[in-house]
Design a protein around this ligand. Structure first.
Ligand code: BDP
Length: 692
């Protein structure tokens, strides 16, 4: 027995086989063939990475020669590349690396090695980590930080380095070229000499994969860390402090990317504390970073409880400042005007800022879409936002085109995603949440790729030929029909299912805060709590109807959109159902386009969401023969939990709203199995045990 087992184990080790625990992401090993790589003779670490990746991943004809050519070419933008019969051509070393990964991706997903040009939509494609120096991760559902930890924070271990390298490689494979290493709710500690030492260590590991390090900074750092009396951006001593800090950073990290700033937002300090504007604050930091080539990403996520409609505030704050920012400032805008909800219309700031660079911020971590429990493939949400037409410069002024430099001249373009990465073995806490990391990178590279294509690519790389399946597919066609097609459909339907069972028809922000925004809380309004942090502020349910009135006779948020949208959103007859209760407060018996009452329609959406999750369970069960036992079982359990929680959402919202509608739940809807009293008492179901 022993003698038989050993060679098998050995073979497995040389092929790099390990359990399908998800740690390899979409970069699982494959049988490879030898390849000859001709590359410029430089000592570049990036080119060495490109060469190594080719040699370790080549699946084309054995003995092929692939040439990597570094050559200026006007048609190649940023880190773009050209694939041709010889190999990869690019103007930057990063471009070469991305071209190599594209070649390998095509081989792994069975696509012909197409010749042609590939340019990134955005110059900077960044992950934002909401990681704290103590190792915790704000809104993280995949374990502690991969960058920071509580104990011996400054000791860099070989395990740290291995992990950072794996992380950097995954990013490079999808074109991500920057990482903000710490939380936007930034600790001043991050700028201390000790922590900057660790930043340097991280940056050194990320660099050979083309990933630049950035930091979130706390605006009051000159006071908290530097001991100054003020952080006023116009104060010479403050400017001097930041200059010195920038110099110190660039000494450690010569290619440091720049600062991300959350200021005068949710209690964070900012220029407004000193009677200055966002432009004053951003420009001061921009001037400090300019000589080093750094950028300032200044967030537009600002709102205060004193103003009437939270959805309007960022626009009101930033539009008057248009044109007042330095050219190395980019305003970072969340996709929706409120806060990463399962569905929001696009933020009206997109396209409205015409003389200022604007970048979209998406949330990869599933704060409002089921944490690492529910299956939510987010590419359709991001695609919906990017392809929304703002009309700001005529039809076709999509959010994507208003931010990538096609519509307005802007010195820099970028896209950010709030990362879902943590120390969990599978990085993201949920095997399918990896698809969101992957999809973010692919969309930042090409904002026109369809969600379906991304899902298929990811599924092929992540699940094909899984080790340990009990009945491997008999052929590629069989695998496509029995696994790829149904599971792609499942992924594509998953976000809408969550919208349906949690916040359909434009409802938003009605989650409970008791369990970190997981589960329903339409009633959630503890005494003394800021109104704009409670669900009743957003749903406005009363006997006369439901929804937030943002029409011209309401808060007039509609007027922040360019025509024809303003009129379209303003009229309930033309407002898309998906945004109806976002813009309108309507009576429960309002007649919908379907002919049904609003109440019936709402109930049917909730029920549909529940039915959808049950369908996902069946689809997954049928996929069992094609999935390794490990990932199959974990996912099956998670879907079961999600299914139960979907019912909780449906019952909670229908029973709560029914107190006001006083209308019967339609016969076609599954009757509630919970009581409102019990749901309120529990608030949300207990969190299931963490993934083993
Ligand atoms: C909210 C999160 C909070 C973040 C904030 C932000 O609940 O943890 O700090 O966004 O983006 O959605 O700054």
């Amino acid at each position: 027995m022993k003698t038989l087992l050993l060679p098998i184990l050995f073979l497995g080790a040389t092929l790099g086989l390990r359990a399908e625990d998800g740690h390899r992401l979409w970069l699982r090993p494959h049988a490879t063939t030898p390849v000859t790589v001709v590359a410029p003779t430089t000592s570049s670490a990036l080119l060495a990475t490109a060469k190594r990746e080719l040699q370790q991943g080549w699946q084309g004809s054995a003995g092929t020669t692939v040439t990597l050519t570094l050559k200026k070419d006007k048609a190649i933008k940023y880190d773009g590349f050209r694939l041709n019969a010889q190999g990869v051509q690019a103007s930057t070393e990063r471009g070469i690396l991305y071209g190599v990964f594209e070649l390998l991706r095509r081989q792994q997903t069975g696509q012909a090695p197409a010749a042609g040009l590939s340019n990134p939509s955005y110059e900077h494609r960044l992950l934002n980590h909401w990681d704290n120096p103590d190792g915790s991760v704000e809104r993280g559902y995949a374990g502690p930080s991969i960058f920071w930890r509580k104990d011996s924070a400054l000791v860099v271990t070989s395990r740290d380095k291995t992990l950072w390298q794996e992380y950097a490689r995954a990013n490079a494979s999808i074109g991500i070229n920057g990482s903000v290493l710490n939380n936007v709710n930034a600790s001043p500690l991050i700028l201390s000499a000790e922590y900057l030492g660790r930043v340097k260590a991280i940056a050194d590991v990320l660099r050979p994969y083309g990933v630049k390090a950035y930091l979130s900074v706390k605006f009051s750092s000159p006071v908290l860390l530097g001991g100054l009396k003020t952080a006023d951006p116009l104060d010479p001593a403050v400017i001097k402090w930041w200059r010195g800090k920038a110099k110190e950073i660039y000494q450690q990290v010569p290619d440091f990317g720049g600062f991300l700033v959350k200021a005068s937002s949710e209690g964070q300090p900012g220029p407004q504390d000193y009677g200055r504007t966002h432009a004053d604050g951003a420009n001061m930091l921009a001037d400090v970073l300019k000589p080093h080539g750094g950028l300032v990403m200044w967030r537009a996520f600002v709102y205060s409880p004193s103003d009437k409609d939270r959805a309007k505030q960022a626009y009101n704050e930033f539009v008057p400042l248009d044109g007042k920012f330095r050219d190395n400032v980019i305003i970072q805008v969340k996709n929706g005007p409120v806060d990463f909800q399962p569905r929001e219309p696009f933020s009206p700031l997109f396209g409205a800022l015409k003389k200022t660079a604007v970048m979209p911020e998406f949330q990869i971590t599933q704060e409002y879409l089921g944490h690492a429990i529910d299956l939510a493939y987010l590419a359709p949400l991001w695609e919906e936002c990017l392809q929304s037409d703002t009309y700001q410069a005529g039809p076709g002024s999509t959010v994507a085109r208003c931010t990538d430099g096609s519509v307005y001249r802007q010195a820099h373009s970028a896209m950010a995603g709030v990362s879902n990465v943590g120390l969990d073995t599978n990085w993201t806490g949920h095997d399918f949440a990896q698809a969101n990391w992957y999809a973010f990178g692919r969309l930042a590279w090409n904002s026109n790729i369809k969600s379906a294509q991304i899902a298929e690519e990811w599924l092929k790389q992540t699940f094909q030929n899984a080790a340990g399946t009990n009945q491997p597919a008999t052929s590629a066609a069989d695998w496509n029909a029995k696994f790829l097609t149904p599971v792609t459909q499942l992924m594509l339907a998953s976000r809408e299912a969550i919208v349906d069972y949690s916040m359909p028809l434009g409802l938003h922000h009605i989650m409970s805060a008791t369990h970190g925004h997981y589960g329903p809380g339409p009633w959630w309004a503890p005494p003394g709590m800021r109104a704009d942090w409670t669900p009743p502020y957003y749903h406005q349910a009363a006997t006369n109807g439901v929804g937030f009135g943002r029409t011209k006779t309401g808060s007039d948020a509609v007027s922040q959109y360019h025509e024809p949208l303003a009129s379209q959103f303003n009229n309930p007859a033309t407002c898309p159902d998906a945004y109806l209760l976002w813009f309108h407060h309507l009576p429960w018996d309002f007649k919908m386009k379907s002919g049904r009452t609003l109440w019936d329609e709402l109930a049917l959406h909730y029920d549909h969401g529940v039915q959808q999750v049950r369908q996902f369970q069946r689809t997954w069960d049928q996929a069992q023969p094609y999935v390794d036992a490990e990932r199959f079982g974990v996912m099956q359990n998670k879907l079961r939990t999600q299914s139960g929680n979907a019912v909780v959402w449906k019952d909670a919202c229908l029973l709560y709203f029914q107190q006001f509608s006083r209308m019967p739940i339609p016969a076609a809807v599954e009757p509630p199995m919970h009581t409102l009293e019990a749901l309120i008492a529990n608030d949300t179901p207990p969190r299931p045990p963490r993934q083993p």
